[in-house]
Design a binder for this molecule. Structure first.
Ligand code: MGD
Ligand code: MGD
Ligand code: SF4
Ligand code: MO
Length: 891
């Protein structure tokens, strides 16, 4: 591309998952007009997934916070920062430093995160700063520290390509780390003998390309890996030299695993002996094994023990630190790793110093010149919000996270914030569920505007670069934090002028007194000036003073425990309580095209094409017993609350369990915020909530009618019926509706939903009604353009959403308009069907058509329709269409 002052490219990093893909953003006339993968970035070498590809579509000022607010009214930055500093200072003076707290996020940049930690742990003098990484990575952190003496991810992405066997444990990588998954598939294409195993109770998209899927019972991973430990031992796979020279506690682990015979493991995991043995055989036969794990492991009452059970098998076999093998915890958020580096969790200290070691605390204290060092761990997320509820914590500052949606027992979290004396929220949007609970709101800069560094799953530090100016009065999070610190009297320690200044201090702290004693060494990045920081290319830590970085750690058998030896850890946690009145185990997690609470991805129409509503996956047999049919509205209840979501029958969901996505908030649906159901049980060691195993009941919600509406303008905030779920579509908005009471005046309902003036001088209105059947259809046109449509039926509506949405783009004249009320194209016109490939907008009918015409492979489908040729995230869906198993989900 020609670089001119008006049209140029900037390299930056994706703001979503922990793969940390490099992005090239194209800027034209001061706006980011498109993005593509950075061919030179070692995480993605040019690839991007559907979310990364749509980053520029989520920008724009709609719903952006543009200035600070106090009690809902616009305020100056000075006034807002003064108020925060005054209240924090007075609470501390009266109740002590433990009465205030920060709750931050793996989506903060390292620089933001560093100053927040410095302020809380070195200046306020308590460790009440926790992060949403508590909900995400904390079991892995415990597992790493117990085994290695440090929070270290030993391997790198290349190991996934060099491995002969990749095991995905509790990871739906095809949807959650798509680019990494594509790298595995590409390696498997080149070396078909390479094997992929998926361990997940559900048959996920990641299973579609796998050689073996182990549908274990929810929560039975420890038994599975203890059994594997024993099987490896029995097969003579113990690396005796490694175990003797470089580990401790082997004997204890052997004793513990001894009881895990094949029979017992089958009983605990629900797997058949044959499938279990074939898994063991694969691991026995493949020294080059990588075990990748994620939230199916971390988010459990025994999450830390699951991690230890996995790591134990790698220590036993010495399969660690070498190319193509190792345990590999993949991080979720773009800077989950960076947060752990700067001590984001309530039990950590910056730069991998140990909060619980007096020598470490002293070193950091003198480096910071800190007046009041925290000397014990602070409150962990679940306890933190409980302490807000009980009034122990009186002021909290929430930055870059949406706990009213993402925390367990989320209604209680909301109630806690409503009671709290001071809630400060820094966000980029005004319409998040948490911003609504704030006393003071600070407008933050978002992706494309903020400047700093992030660290991905393989310890690679990359720059996120400021490309466009912040809108309104939005400021960087680090500026807000330093502004408050200065007003609390610590201006000298927080007088940073740029992110480069902060990074320089952080890098020196990492290098301080290091000499190889701490894994996190940034010696080679000390003293970067502004220019060097601006130009920083992606680099993996540790980096020695000569600038050499290491892709793998522990190859030399040296760990960061006091004696340098790794530890086998015997699992010790207690297991799940069963609440018998709630017969189902509810599993929650992610879908391919949405990010967490949808504040960002919910702005891109393209990302709703794959799935546009909160849903529950339920096995058809369970559904039959509960009298639930496809597309019914389902009421799910737990001891904590109740939600309403759409039924999706799927034989890929194990019986007795359901799956609900985590993404829908009160901003997007009437009652689909699943966090409100999650029982706040946590792992005893890590404090990480068990998001994957809440006990619930499931019942059909009795509806009198179902509806679907489209509008060129956005719908009002509260739609006012029992069930609604809104989504953005190309050129407008849609909402799915359902109600329990019959309606007598649909025309009035339509007008209220439309919200604008309905005079006939402005609008042409078409209408069709069969009142007795609760059938109603209406469409409003203005100058031959569709502006609003509503479809009502007694049953779930079988109209083509994709086709109706396309009608926004068309001109509608005369009798042609009546066709719209049918809600689907006439026989002479093609209907794409549900969109499978979000990048190129290819529907299920297009793909089936191509298959009928003879396209019998992924490549041929790609050639004829384009589907799957861009980011590749939909390739597993296409594979299922090819295998004829796509529609098997309903039977
Ligand atoms: N599209 C998308 N991608 C994302 C995100 C997003 O919001 N959207 N978020 C990012 C973040 S922060 C994170 S943490 C990662 C999470 O990435 P993942 O961990 O891959 O995602 P989840 O869907 O939370 O859960 C993974 C799987 O764990 C399985 N599971 C449940 N219980 C058990 C069990 O007892 N044992 C085993 N073995 N498996 C179990 C679930 O069925 C689920 O398929 O994704 C990141 N990437
Ligand atoms: N049921 C269930 N719940 C879960 C999980 C699950 O699997 N199941 N997973 C858990 C996990 S692993 C995670 S990581 C969490 C994620 O949960 P959250 O962190 O709550 O989710 P996000 O939607 O990413 O929230 C980020 C917020 O920060 C704002 N934001 C974005 N960029 C910036 C910025 O630069 N500055 C500021 N100040 N704000 C910004 C966004 O608008 C948004 O409101 O959810 C957890 N909750
Ligand atoms: S895999 Fe997708 S979401 Fe994750 S960093 Fe890469 S482009 Fe972004
Ligand atoms: Mo996460």
């Amino acid at each position: 591309m020609v670089q001119t002052p008006d049209t140029y490219e900037v390299k930056t990093t994706c703001a979503y998952c922990g793969v940390g893909c490099g992005i090239v953003a194209q800027v034209e006339g001061g706006e980011i007009t498109s993005v593509r993968g950075d061919e030179s970035h070692p995480a993605n070498y040019g690839r991007l997934c559907s979310k990364g590809m749509s980053l520029h579509e989520t920008l724009g000022e709609e719903n952006r916070l543009l200035f600070p607010k106090i009690d809902g009214k616009r305020a100056s930055w000075d006034k807002a920062l003064d108020s925060i500093a005054d209240k924090f200072s007075s609470v501390i003076a009266e109740h002590g430093p433990e009465a205030v707290a920060f709750y931050v996020s793996g989506q903060c940049l390292t620089e933001d995160y560093y100053v927040a930690n410095k302020l809380m742990k070195g200046y306020i003098g308590a460790a009440n700063i926790d992060t949403n990484s508590r909900l995400c990575m904390s079991s892995s952190v415990v597992g790493h520290k117990r085994a290695f003496g440090s929070d270290t991810v030993p391997g790198c992405y290349e190991d996934l390509e060099l491995a002969d066997l990749v095991i995905l444990v509790g990871s739906n990588m095809a949807w959650c780390h798509p680019v990494l998954y594509q790298r595995i598939l590409a390696a498997k294409d080149k070396r078909p003998e390479m094997k992929l195993v998926v361990i997940d109770p559900r048959e996920t998209a990641s299973c579609d390309m796998a050689d073996l899927h182990l549908p274990i019972k929810s929560g039975s991973d420890v038994a599975l890996f203890q059994g594997l430990f024993k099987a490896l031992q029995d097969a003579g796979c113990v690396d005796t030299d490694f175990v003797e020279s470089h580990t401790k506690n082997f004997a204890d682990s052997v004793d513990f695993s001894d009881v895990y015979t094949l029979d017992r493991v089958c009983a605990e995991t629900g797997l058949g002996a044959q499938v279990l043995q074939s898994f063991y055989d694969l691991v026995i036969d493949n020294p080059k094994t990588v075990s990748v794990y994620s939230q199916g492991v971390n988010q459990a009452v025994d999450g830390a023990d699951k991690v230890s059970a996995i790591i134990n098998t790698h220590l036993l076999t010495g399969r660690i630190g070498k190319p193509g093998c190792g345990p590999f915890s993949v991080t979720g958020q773009p800077n989950a790793m960076g947060g752990r580096e700067v001590g984001g969790l309530a039990g950590q200290l910056a730069s991998h110093f140990d909060l619980f070691r007096p020598e470490d605390r002293d070193l950091v204290q003198s480096f910071w010149n800190a007046p009041a060092m925290a000397s014990e761990g602070g409150l962990r997320a679940v306890d933190l919000f409980e302490a807000i509820h009980t009034g122990k914590v009186k002021a909290v500052w929430i930055i870059a996270t949406n706990p009213v949606v993402s925390m367990p027992d989320a209604d209680r979290v909301k109630a806690a914030l409503e009671k709290c004396e001071l809630v400060v929220v820094s966000d980029i949007y005004e319409n998040t569920d948490t911003v609504k609970c704030a006393d003071i709101v600070l407008p933050a800069t978002g992706w494309g505007e903020k400047d700093g560094t992030v660290t991905n799953s393989e310890r690679c530090i990359s720059r996120q670069r400021a490309i466009v100016p912040p809108p309104g009065e939005a400021r960087h999070d680090w500026q807000a934090i330093c502004g408050v610190a200065t007003r609390m009297g610590w201006g000298e320690a927080f007088g940073f002028e740029t992110p480069a200044d902060i990074f320089a201090e952080y890098a020196s702290l990492c290098a301080l007194d290091n000499g190889g004693t701490r894994d996190l060494d940034l010696a080679g990045l000390c003293g970067l000036d502004q220019e060097a920081y601006d130009g920083l290319a992606p680099v993996q830590w540790p980096i020695d003073k000569n600038g050499r970085s290491r892709a793998r750690l522990f190859a030399d058998g040296q760990f960061f425990t006091p004696d340098g030896k790794a530890r086998f850890v015997v699992p010790a946690s207690k297991y799940m309580k069963t609440h018998t009145e709630y017969p189902f185990v509810m599993n929650t997690g992610r879908i391919r095209d949405q990010w967490h609470t949808m504040t960002r991805t919910g702005r891109a129409a393209r990302l709703f094409q794959h799935m546009a509503e909160p849903f529950v996956d339920i096995h058809p047999d369970d559904a039959r017993v509960a009298d639930i049919y496809e597309a019914d509205i389902v009421e799910i209840k737990s001891a904590q609350g109740r939600i309403l979501v759409r039924a999706q029958l799927s034989a890929r969901q194990p019986r007795g369990t359901i799956f609900v996505p985590m993404h829908w908030s009160d901003a997007y649906t009437a009652k689909g915020r699943v966090g409100a159901l999650i029982v706040p049980d946590v792992d005893a060691f890590s404090g990480q909530p068990a998001f994957k195993s809440t006990r619930v009941s499931v019942a059909r919600y009795q509806t009198a009618w179902h509806g679907f509406a489209l509008s060129a303008e956005s719908f009002k905030a509260d739609i006012g019926v029992e069930y609604w779920a809104r989504a953005r579509v190309k050129n407008g908005h849609q909402v799915e509706l359902a109600g329990a009471e019959t309606c007598t005046d649909w025309r009035q309902f339509a007008q209220a939903l439309y919200g604008g003036p309905c005079e006939e001088s402005v609008l042409d209105v078409l209408e069709y009604e069969e009142a007795a059947q609760q059938v109603f259809r209406t469409a409003y046109f203005q100058n031959n353009k569709l502006v609003f449509a509503l479809f009502i039926d007694q049953y779930p509506l079988e109209i083509s959403r994709g086709w109706t949405v396309e009608q926004f783009e068309k001109s509608h004249e005369g009798m042609q308009r009546y066709k719209l009320l049918a809600g689907r194209p006439g026989g002479d016109m093609p209907d794409k069907g549900a969109i499978i490939c979000a990048c190129l907008g290819v529907g299920v009918n297009d793909i089936c058509g191509a298959i009928k015409q003879g396209a019998d492979s992924l490549n041929l489908v790609g050639k004829s329709t384009g589907a799957g040729t861009n980011c590749g995230s939909c390739r597993s869906d296409i594979q299922r269409l090819l295998q004829g198993t796509y529609y098997a989900k309903t039977g």
